[in-house]
Every structure is written in structure tokens, then in C-alpha cells.
Design a protein around this ligand. Structure first.
Ligand code: PMP
Length: 386
């Protein structure tokens, strides 16, 4: 045993992610139907894989520019303009990162001073609060609820703002609730954000997976572009989780600050993955559309089925998660998930790991085959009858 004082206090104080425990439990069991993992069930399109292979055959094995190859940044700029109507200069406003994860990390570290508060809207992706802490900031969690479709209410936002508040992290479509914020929601929130001169770190990694309404980026709301750091990437929409490729778009001064951190800690994202991403943006949009259609079908099926078997489930507008309420079972989300796994061998994630207001829910990823989803619903139905 080494001395615990060897470990930094910031890191020692981080709680381990609650998702892991369930994966470890499920990994040692046979015949498990998993609705647990947060990644596409598609393999990356062949043309994208081929582009990576070609880059290797051509001997492109060196570092790239810190911000990423300029061809890719130009393509990202064009893509952002065409898909989301936001305009970023590829020369100094876009950085190619190691997944959206690294983009969030450098965004926070570039703007947060020690002790400044960052608002984290729960239920949310498990990394946000730990990343704020590691950046030296103080995560302040604020809650949403099912009655309001897990949308952040402007008055809840305003009540949480203090003189120390520097930024807010917003994720739409959301992991784990699937909630998508529409233009009106974003406009109302933006009024408060502008009034209190906050920055926004907008995690738009699920932007391609919006099923009912066209996706709106918060950066298009007047007065928001100059205070927004947009996070996006290839993991979800393009089914490229393992490539570890994302990007971040921001005003020039913030991009320059993020680039300093990126160049000292990462140098650049993987060269081969950057060539793959270039192909994804140039020729991959039809595949994205097809995957979106497929997720939409599965979303419709799983939401309807949950409601039929007695789990009240709101209709998630995007991402690939359903977040049904299990409140009527009298079990906590941890108890529900554990008993479901042990009795019926279905792996879901207990909602409380995503924050206080996640309690009373379970996260079910529907990025799984229709047969697996049907089997999961049969088993959950049987579990509920007992
Ligand atoms: N943000 C959210 C909301 C996510 O759900 C995830 C992945 N689960 C990420 C960021 C990280 O994405 P990446 O694989 O690009 O690092």
C-alpha cells in the first residue's frame, strides 16, 4: 500500500462512475440483454474505414497541425454551416479533439478559474461534474424533472446563479433523458444567460440524432455565438466511438486558449482518425440519415412498449436513450436495475448515477437490435408482473 497522500485531493474526492458497477456485474453473467451501453450498434461505414486504411497506405503517420488537418477543419466549418447554420472560421475557431470528451475538458480548463462555479443540469452525462472539479471549478448541480420533459426552466437557472457563476453546461439532445431543447426553450434560457453574462458549454454530440424537430444549436440564438463553446464529434451520429474523434468550435480568443492546452497535453488527435472523419463528412451523410431513421423506429417501439407494460415513459426527441419512470414500483433505481439484472438478465443503468433528479428512472439505450429490444421488453414486463 502506498500513502493515500500520494493521490491529489481533487482526484481522491472524485466519485467513481456508477455506470461501471453495472457493466462489471453484467460482464460476469450469461444471456444478458444489454440496454446499458451508450454507443451506436452500427459499425462505422466501410468507406470511412477505407479512408483510414488509405491514409496508412499513403504513409500518413506523422503528427498533424495541433488543431487538426486543415482539410478536416474546413469540412467541419462547412458541415456546421450547412447542417446547423453556425459559422466558424477553420483557421482559428475549430479544434479537432480526442472525442467530445477531450473537447469538454479543454473547454472547461480554458475558461474556469479556481473556485468559479459551473452549472451542471441534471440528469446529465456522468463526466460533467468531475471535469469541472478537475478544471479547478465548483460544479453546481441544478435539476430538471419529468413533469417538464426534463427541460431546464429559466427560473431554476436564474435561481442558481451567484456572483461566482462562470458558465453553464447544456446538453441537447440529452444523455440520459433524450430531451431535445427547441428554439423557444433555448431562447428563453439564453435571455438569462446573457443577462448574467455567462458562458455556455453546449454539448451537441447527439445533434445528428434528432427525430421529431430539426435540431437547433444554441449558438444561432442572437447574442449567443460570442459566449458559446460548441462541442460535437463523430462518436454518435457517425457511429465512430472507438476512433476517438470530436471537435470544438468557439470564438477565436477562447479557441486560442483551448489550443494552448491541447498542444501541451495532446499535440493533435489521431492522424488516421482525422482522415476517416474527413471522409465521414464528405460522403457519410446518407448513412447518418439511414441510422437516424433506424433509431427513430426503435425509439417509437420502445417508448410505446414501456408505456404499455406500465412504465411511464416520456417521448425523447433525440439521442438513443429512453428514460422511463420506475417510481410506481416502489424500488429505488439502483434496486430496480440490480433486481432486473439478477432476475431477468436485462442490463439497464439506474437513473441516480446521472444525478439527483435521475432517481426514480432507468436509462435504457435503444441502440440495440429490434430482437434484443423485444426480448428486453418481454423480460421487463415479466419482472414487473412479479
Ligand atoms: N457527451 C455526451 C452527452 C455523451 O453521452 C458522450 C458519450 N457517452 C460524450 C460526450 C463523449 O463522447 P466522445 O466519445 O466523443 O468522447
Amino acid at each position: 500500500m502506498i500513502k493515500t497522500s500520494y493521490i491529489s485531493k481533487t482526484v481522491a474526492d472524485l466519485k467513481p462512475s456508477g455506470i461501471r458497477r453495472f457493466f462489471d456485474l453484467a460482464a460476469n453473467m450469461e444471456g444478458v440483454v444489454s440496454l446499458g451501453v451508450g454507443e451506436p450498434d452500427f459499425v462505422t461505414s466501410w468507406s470511412i474505414r477505407e479512408a483510414a486504411i488509405a491514409s496508412l497506405e499513403e504513409g500518413r503517420t506523422s503528427y498533424t497541425a495541433n488543431a487538426g488537418i486543415i482539410e478536416l477543419r474546413r469540412e467541419i466549418s462547412w458541415y456546421m454551416e450547412k447542417e446547423f447554420r453556425v459559422s466558424y472560421n477553420p483557421d482559428n475557431q475549430i479544434i479537432v479533439t480526442v472525442g467530445a470528451s477531450q473537447a469538454i475538458d479543454i473547454a472547461l480548463r480554458a475558461v474556469v478559474n479556481p473556485g468559479e462555479e459551473v452549472l451542471v443540469v441534471e440528469p446529465c452525462f456522468v463526466s460533467y461534474a468531475p471535469l469541472v472539479s478537475m478544471a479547478g471549478g465548483v460544479p453546481i448541480t441544478i435539476q430538471t424533472d419529468k413533469e417538464h420533459d426534463f427541460k431546464l426552466l429559466p427560473e431554476v437557472l436564474e435561481a442558481a446563479i451567484t456572483p461566482k457563476t462562470k458558465a453553464i453546461m447544456i446538453c441537447s439532445p440529452n444523455n440520459p433523458t433524450g430531451t431535445q431543447l427547441g428554439k423557444e426553450d433555448l431562447t428563453r434560457l439564453s435571455e438569462i444567460i446573457k443577462k448574467h453574462d455567462l458562458l455556455v458549454i453546449a454539448d451537441e454530440i447527439y445533434a445528428e440524432l434528432a427525430y421529431d424537430e430539426a435540431f437547433t444549436s444554441i449558438a444561432v440564438i442572437p447574442g449567443m455565438m460570442e459566449r458559446t463553446i460548441l462541442i460535437n464529434g463523430f462518436s454518435k451520429g457517425f457511429a465512430m466511438t472507438g476512433w476517438r474523434l470530436g471537435f470544438v468550435c468557439a470564438p477565436k480568443e477562447i479557441s486560442e486558449a483551448m489550443l494552448k492546452i491541447h498542444q501541451y497535453t495532446m499535440m493533435c488527435a489521431s492522424t488516421m482518425a482525422q482522415y476517416a472523419a474527413l471522409e465521414a463528412l464528405k460522403n457519410g451523410m446518407e448513412d447518418v440519415e439511414e441510422m437516424r431513421r433506424s433509431y427513430r423506429r426503435r425509439r417509437n417501439y420502445i417508448v410505446k412498449s414501456f408505456n404499455e407494460i406500465g412504465l411511464d415513459c416520456h417521448n425523447p426527441g433525440g439521442a438513443f436513450y429512453a428514460f422511463p419512470s420506475i417510481a410506481n414500483t416502489g424500488l429505488s433505481s439502483q434496486e430496480f436495475a440490480e433486481q432486473l439484472l439478477l432476475n431477468e438478465r436485462v442490463a439497464v443503468v439506474p437513473g441516480d448515477v446521472f444525478g439527483q433528479s435521475g432517481e426514480g428512472h432507468i436509462r435504457c439505450s435503444y441502440a440495440s437490435s429490434m430482437e434484443q429490444l423485444q426480448e428486453a421488453i418481454t423480460r421487463i414486463g415479466r419482472f414487473l408482473e412479479r
